[in-house]
Design a protein around this ligand. Structure first.
Ligand code: FJE
Ligand code: FE
Length: 356
């Protein structure tokens, strides 16, 4: 079940006042969804046992790939169209838009294209993780606890907001800075944990290659190579480049939800007779134990494959707060406004992006 909280959920006058002030001070709330909606479910039945994969750690191993016996096919195809977000920023949203509210445990996938002075100035998060993967250019983040850094092409910031983060995310260079931002929900037991960052520089991201396919392993395992990233909500995240004429078989745990987002080129996903799919499309995969991909075009195909174990919990989202109940959302808004329960530093703090 998923409920998107609306303004009518604030029952007492003080909470209504807090809510209105949040709306005034934080433009991020305005664009958020207002309707109660059923969560899209794509979990396959739990009728097969999970495969064991090779755990060889050699970087370019020639380990035999676990065969895909029950290939997943494309259950839904969505073109991510551009929309405005943050302050003048453009995102192509796939997961998180009204046609695909979420794909448990994933809440949002944005392909962002941002040139200064646009960006995502000071805003809070509670109850989930954000994973920012830079494709071109760089972004600087600053948070209310003094954490500051810049991620460049191929770098990843895996941020566990937990009980609370307030931060800004702004382009660091001139011109268009591009990347992907994925929001991964946290289970009820992890929603209020201490915030944590895992930052991976491009050079440190595990890679593997085999038969005309290269992969950068951000989370999980591909071709016998494992990423060091710790995923509190079990998740796999791979960036594949499939050369012309090459084919790929990638196992995906059977009970996980999974999707593909195409970055560049065109590819055939799921079954060999299906039509090729091009960039900016998100493909929700149906049940099965893995994915088959073919590149029958004349240029390289680049896409990310993401999978995660569904949490199967109620989701109540209000903008940047994602909790299990309406009462927890009201608590999050109150904590943010009053500077409590993890938001203590929110009251005094302003990023450079607002003072420059
Ligand atoms: C946010 C609207 C937003 N996609 N992609 C509402 F835009 C945001 C937000 C982002 C974001 C940031 C980056 Cl660096 C990349 C993004 C949305 O910051 F958090 C809410 N609540
Ligand atoms: Fe953010």
């Amino acid at each position: 079940m998923r409920i998107s909280s609306s303004s009518s959920s604030s029952s007492s006058p003080i909470l209504t006042t807090i809510y209105r002030r949040l709306l005034l001070f934080n433009p991020f709330f305005v664009a958020q969804q207002q309707q109660q909606q059923q969560q899209l479910r794509c979990s396959p039945p739990l009728c097969f046992t999970q495969k064991r994969f090779s755990r060889s750690s050699s970087r370019f191993s020639s380990v035999a790939m676990a065969a895909v016996e029950k290939p997943r096919v494309v259950a839904r195809k969505l073109l991510a169209e551009s929309q405005e977000e943050g302050h003048g920023a453009t995102v192509r949203r796939s997961i998180g838009r009204s046609e695909l509210r979420s794909l448990d445990p994933f809440l949002l996938l944005d392909e962002f294209e941002v040139s200064p002075p646009a960006g995502f100035p000071d805003h809070p998060h509670r109850g989930f993780e954000t994973v920012t993967y830079m494709l071109e250019g760089s972004f600087t983040h600053q948070d209310f606890a003094g954490h500051k850094g810049t991620i460049g092409p191929g770098d990843v910031q895996w941020m566990t907001a937990g009980r609370g983060i307030v931060h800004s995310e702004m382009p660091a260079g001139e011109g268009v800075q591009k990347g992907l931002q994925l929001w991964i929900n946290l289970s009820s037991k992890d929603k209020m944990i201490e915030p944590k960052y895992q930052e991976l520089q491009s050079k440190d991201i595990s890679r593997a290659e085999k038969d005309g396919v290269e992969v950068r392993i951000i989370a999980g395992e591909a071709f016998g190579v494992r990423s060091p990233v710790y995923t509190r909500t079990p998740t796999m995240y791979m960036d594949f480049t499939v050369n012309p004429g090459a084919q790929l078989q990638q196992p995906i745990p059977e009970n996980w939800n999974s999707f593909v987002y195409i970055i560049e080129g065109e590819g055939i996903f799921g079954s060999e007779d299906s039509p090729p799919v091009t960039s900016h499309h998100c493909l929700v995969l149906g049940p099965g134990d893995g994915l088959n991909v073919w590149n029958k075009s004349g240029s390289p195909l680049r896409f990310v494959l993401v999978g995660g174990q569904p949490l199967d919990e109620p989701v109540v989202q209000h903008g940047p707060f994602v909790m299990n109940t309406r009462a927890e959302i009201r608590q999050a808004m109150e904590d943010y406004y009053l500077g409590r329960n993890g938001f203590e530093k929110a009251k005094q703090w302003k990023s450079d992006s607002l003072t420059h």
